[in-house]
Design a protein around this ligand. Structure first.
Ligand SMILES: Cc1cc2nc3c(=O)[nH]c(=O)nc-3n(C[C@H](O)[C@H](O)[C@H](O)COP(=O)(O)OP(=O)(O)OC[C@H]3O[C@@H](n4cnc5c(N)ncnc54)[C@H](O)[C@@H]3O)c2cc1C
Length: 382
């Protein structure tokens, strides 16, 4: 468990999230997966109970909510459905951004609809031909009178099934690689936007992952969010927070799976006693518990750094890489401890395992975390 000193607003927010997770998300999550559906109505309910304004920074001294509270909210929801938590945080990221730095016209056009989830938003970097190598994106931004014309295709976008307000990254000058990339606020209700059929996946359909094409989409100058040279840095600047909360989500799925497995193994009798009393099984779950504890410590250290606006690059990479490895092996071990019953779709472990696998790609894959850590080895240990 955490030892963060939350203020009153934050404690209240986390308590509301816990209540929402237990009473609203838990009874529905398996159905969302069976229906392979993004639950739009659940986002509306999350907005109703005040969970879609997580990016408000701490204000007025001790009031307001910070990054740690956001992480804890996402953790408690991920114990029931990581895919839904991921969709929720992706759609409210844009509202937070506009609130802090949007122009008056952008706020008027989008903010209220985004906070109420009348409209959903998404961030679009990845393309059919470029994921980890972000500087290789091919979507083109061409300067025209009064704005820019965007052409290209985006892929693997969380909320892509339903969102229509996008932060789109596009290349203005391919020779400049990352220095040519700019970002744009794109209204998917305008001409030039074409949605691609949402993806069928192993699990995680509540994320509504899909793609879209842009054909001569006009974006006015005012809706350039970060110009060439700045957009890449801005994307990298915000990614440590995302890596940290994804680590928290992985820990939460492992925690939920371990609770299921322990409860099950305490009841299930094999060879004349509860199976948890067999040393082999008990030690296997003790290993899971130990690694979960270590993973939480790494994640919470990164979260503190993100909240205090320190340099969280390495801490976030350690946390996400470790949480991913530990969750995938640990959830599989929990399923093993439950025998065949662990594989049924009315227990959430299979769903958690598949979502843990997905989480090992979002906001940078495990290998890219290794790349970040590897890049610091000489400085740290040489
Ligand atoms: C559920 C889900 C939701 C997502 N949501 C979004 C979203 O909202 N917005 C968005 O823009 N993107 C999103 N993504 C895309 C995600 O960011 C990419 O999947 C990720 O960046 C990896 O890119 P890729 O899948 O194209 O793999 P690739 O880049 O093609 O890599 C393939 C494999 O090679 C490895 N690899 C690549 N480069 C190296 C290297 N230098 N060294 C060693 N190994 C390497 C990778 O780790 C991976 O294992 C989402 C992905 C998933 C699965």
């Amino acid at each position: 468990m955490h030892d963060f000193d939350l203020n009153e607003d934050e404690s209240d927010l986390v308590a509301r999230a816990r209540d929402f997770a237990k009473n609203y998300v838990a009874p529905r999550a398996a159905g969302w997966e069976r229906d392979r559906k993004m639950p739009r109505e659940a986002l509306r309910e999350a907005a109703r109970v005040g969970l879609t304004k997580l990016d408000a920074s701490k204000k007025d001294g001790d009031r307001g909510t910070g990054f740690v509270a956001k992480l804890l909210v996402l953790e408690v929801i991920s114990e029931e459905c990581m895919a839904f938590a991921f969709s929720m945080t992706n759609t409210q990221g844009m509202a937070g951004r506009l609130e802090k730095a949007g122009t008056p016209s952008q706020k008027e056009r989008f903010l209220e609809d985004l906070v109420s989830t009348q409209r959903l938003s998404a961030t679009a970097l990845t393309e059919p031909g470029a994921g980890s190598d972000f500087s290789a994106i091919q979507t083109r931004a061409e300067k025209v009178d009064g704005g820019w014309l965007l052409n290209g295709e985006k892929a693997w976008i969380t909320n892509g099934a339903e969102a229509d307000v996008f932060l789109v990254y596009a290349q203005s000058d391919p020779e400049k690689r990352w220095r040519g990339i700019a970002s744009f606020l794109v209204d998917g209700r305008q001409d030039g936007f074409e949605r691609v059929e949402p993806y069928g996946m192993l699990a995680g359909h509540a994320m509504g992952v899909g793609g879209f094409k842009l054909k001569d989409m006009f974006v006015r100058d005012e809706d350039v969010v970060a110009g060439p040279g700045d957009a890449f840095k801005a994307a990298m600047g915000s990614i440590n927070g995302a890596r940290t909360y994804v680590a928290g989500m992985l820990n939460a799925m492992l925690h939920a799976s371990l609770s299921h497995a322990v409860r099950y193994a305490a009841k299930r009798e094999t060879f004349g006693k509860p199976s948890i009393e067999h040393q082999g099984l008990k030690w296997s779950l003790a290993d899971v518990a130990t690694k979960l504890e270590a993973s939480r410590l790494l994640t919470y250290r990164a979260a503190r750094l993100v909240e205090e606006e320190g340099d969280a690059m390495l801490a976030a990479a350690y946390a996400k890489k470790f949480a991913g490895d530990v969750a995938i092996q640990g959830i599989a071990d929990c399923i093993q401890a439950m025998g065949a019953n662990g594989m049924k779709d009315d227990v959430p472990l299979g769903r958690h395992l598949a979502c843990a696998k997905l989480a090992c790609y979002t906001d940078g894959s495990t290998e890219i975390m290794n790349d970040r850590i590897g890049g610091s080895l000489v400085e740290l240990f040489g």
